[in-house]
Structures are given as structure tokens and as C-alpha cells.
Design a protein around this ligand. Structure first.
Ligand SMILES: [Zn+2]
Length: 360
């Protein structure tokens, strides 16, 4: 099931996305990524497809692969929407234009990383680089433990991480790890020291398509945190009015990152900044990250650590390389129909709700 929406590679996902967009009358544009080629020798691109009146007063943006290999999920949801005549008709009738941005980080999508060609986590890269970058002292302590020389991590390594958690607390561990850092280019959740190509390109796309709108909603698809198959509706705007609006569209289970119970932490430099800065003249901006759970968090972290170990050890033997690649893929894209079905169902509900909210 779901073989018409979901793909097995970036190259396949791109073909499917462009095919659906053209078949259903989307206005397609492609931005070629200079980090090409991909793992199959293919061209890498950030592709966009626009549906609806060019001058529609409201716009719904759906982005996939902000985090590379998480793109299987978002790409599948984008293709499903294009094949969904009823949903597209509802948007058109409500005066809502739909902009699909496929593969924000095509490099990571194709090569099987969460990060881009420079190991940059794009969702930590939308910073103001003219100012001093935030420090993350906990990450500095954790870095040599999280990216060890030996794989799998030794018992001593695991004990040292546990000692950190016992000393500083679980929350400090999660924050140190996930908040983002700008000092270790070979490390985890690295935000970079300059705006990446994907950052600059996405900004241009938003500026152009956002111009003149009254209201913009944005769903950014992610995977890897939370319970299996469950979509957490993560709110990152520091804006009470937008929070109320997000809840009125998507329900009371929209959860702000600063609230207890959020599966993530407060992050600086998220893609939201691009919306706030490039579309600041638009009266209503409403952003939500849809985060689908896959496997338990410890397994996700281990997959990310293994990915960094592998990057530093290109001479690793084939069996180990394969096992690490498969573990990473499974952490961000469970190859299972129950998961894909849950993803599509929840995505469809949230898209419909956003269209209804924007059409008001
Ligand atoms: Zn993500």
C-alpha cells in the first residue's frame, strides 16, 4: 500500500513529485542544488509546485526534507495532496493558494543524512550570522562522548554519558544535544557559521510567493521524535496570538516547545525565521512543525551518532556501513504501511484544518 505516494530514494521521490505536479496542473519551478550529484548520480534540486490563483490572499506552504532523510515522509504527504482532488478543490474554493516545497535539503535526502552537504542541520541554520552565535556549553562537554572514536560506543563511553545525565539532568542532556551548536562542524545538530544554499533559496521562494498575501500558514514535515506514527504539532513562534490561532485551526494538541511535555527543546535558528523575516509584512503568519514519531529516542540518537562516526571513518567495512545506513533510514522512515497510513491520515487532517483556517 501507499506505493503511489512514498518512494525508496530521493531520485524516485523527485520523479514522483514532479510527475504529480505536472499531471495536476501545478506551476513547477526547480532550483538546482550546487551540491549535486546525489547518491545515484542524479541532479539535486529544491523543487516547488504551486496550486491555485497566483493572487490568492491566503497561502499554505508545505515543506519536506528540511532534515534530509526525513524527506520520505514529507514527500509522501506532498504527493498525496496533489492526488487529492477534493482537498485541492476545497483550497481553491476558499481562496487558498498551496505551495509545495520539495526537498529543502535534497543532499541529505539523497545520501541518507539528516544534515546537508556541510553537515549543517538546516533547522539550526536560520540564525543572524552578523551577531555572535549562541554558545552551547553542554554540547561542548558532550561532543567527544557523542561522536566517539570507537563504534559501537564502549561501555565506558555509555557510562560517561550516563554520568553527565546523572549530574546535569535529563533535560540538560536533551538540550545540550538538540538545541544546536556552531563550534563542531563534524558534530551533531551543527548550525553552521553562514547561511546555507538551502536557507538562501528557501528565503527567496518564500519572499516571492508570500508577497501580497493576507495570511500564510506553513506545515514543515519532520520525523524522529515522539511515539510511533503519532504527529506532534510543534509550535515554535514566540507569539501568543499566533499560538491561539494555531490551536483554533489544528486543535488543543498544538504544543509549544517551551511547554512541558514537548518532545523537543527550544531551538535557535529554525526555518520559522525565514517566514518571519521574508514575509514580515503579511498580517497573519502561522507555522507548525509536524513531527512524526518513529522509533524510541535513544535509537534515533544512536543512529545520528553512528552517522557522524561513519562520516569520520570512510574506511569502515561494508557490513558496518550498511548496518549504520539501515539504522539511520529506519530511525527517520519506518518502512511499514501502518506507519505510512498514519502519516497520511494525520497530514490530511492538518492540511484540511489549515485550509479551513486560512479561508476564513
Ligand atoms: Zn526534523
Amino acid at each position: 500500500m501507499y506505493k503511489n505516494q512514498f518512494s525508496d530514494s530521493y531520485a524516485d521521490a523527485r520523479r514522483r513529485f514532479l510527475g504529480s505536479a505536472r499531471k495536476h496542473g501545478g506551476d513547477v519551478e526547480s532550483h538546482l542544488n550546487p551540491a549535486s550529484p546525489g547518491a545515484q548520480g542524479e541532479e539535486l534540486a529544491m523543487d516547488t509546485a504551486y496550486f491555485g490563483e497566483p493572487g490568492a490572499s491566503a497561502l499554505l506552504v508545505l515543506t519536506s526534507a528540511m532534515h534530509g532523510e526525513e524527506g520520505y515522509c514529507g514527500s509522501g504527504c506532498q504527493v498525496a495532496l496533489m492526488e487529492d482532488d477534493a482537498l485541492l478543490a476545497r483550497a481553491r474554493a476558499g481562496g487558498v493558494g498551496i505551495l509545495l516545497v520539495h526537498a529543502v535539503n535534497a543532499y541529505g535526502f539523497s545520501w541518507g543524512h539528516r544534515t546537508n552537504e556541510d553537515n549543517i542541520d538546516l533547522n539550526r541554520n536560520f540564525c543572524d550570522f552578523s551577531k555572535p552565535l549562541p554558545d552551547n556549553p553542554h554540547y561542548r562537554t558532550l561532543h567527544p562522548l557523542l561522536v566517539p572514536d570507537v563504534w559501537p560506543p564502549s561501555a565506558e563511553n555509555e557510562a560517561a554519558i550516563q554520568a553527565f545525565i546523572d549530574r546535569e539532568g535529563r533535560q540538560a542532556y536533551r538540550e545540550g544535544m538538540m538545541k544546536g551548536q556552531h563550534r563542531h562542524p563534524e558534530g551533531l545538530f551543527y548550525g553552521g557559521t553562514a547561511a546555507s544554499w538551502s536557507n538562501l533559496t528557501l528565503r527567496r521562494v518564500l519572499r516571492r510567493y508570500g508577497e501580497g498575501r493576507r495570511s500564510i500558514g506553513w506545515i514543515d514535515y519532520h520525523t524522529g521524535l515522539g511515539p510511533y506514527g503519532h504527529a506532534e504539532k510543534i509550535f515554535v513562534q514566540n507569539d501568543a496570538e499566533a499560538y491561539e490561532r494555531a490551536k483554533s485551526w489544528w486543535g488543543a494538541d498544538v504544543i509549544a516547545v517551551y511547554e512541558p511535555g514537548s518532545s523537543t527543546v527550544e531551538i535557535t535558528g529554525t526555518a520559522l525565521q525565514a517566514l518571519l523575516e521574508e514575509c514580515g509584512q503579511v498580517p497573519e503568519l502561522t507555522f507548525m512543525a509536524m513531527e512524526y514519531g518513529t522509533v524510541p529516542m535513544d535509537r534515533v540518537f544512536l543512529a545520528l551518532r553512528g552517522d557522524r562516526w561513519l562520516a569520520a571513518h570512510p574506511d569502515a567495512d561494508e557490513a558496518r556501513r550498511r548496518a549504520l545506513k539501515a539504522g539511520h533510514r529506519a530511525a527517520f522512515y519506518p518502512d511499514a504501511d501502518d506507519w505510512r497510513g498514519a502519516v497520511l491520515g494525520q497530514s490530511r487532517v492538518s492540511i484540511l484544518q489549515a485550509i479551513c483556517g486560512l479561508a476564513r
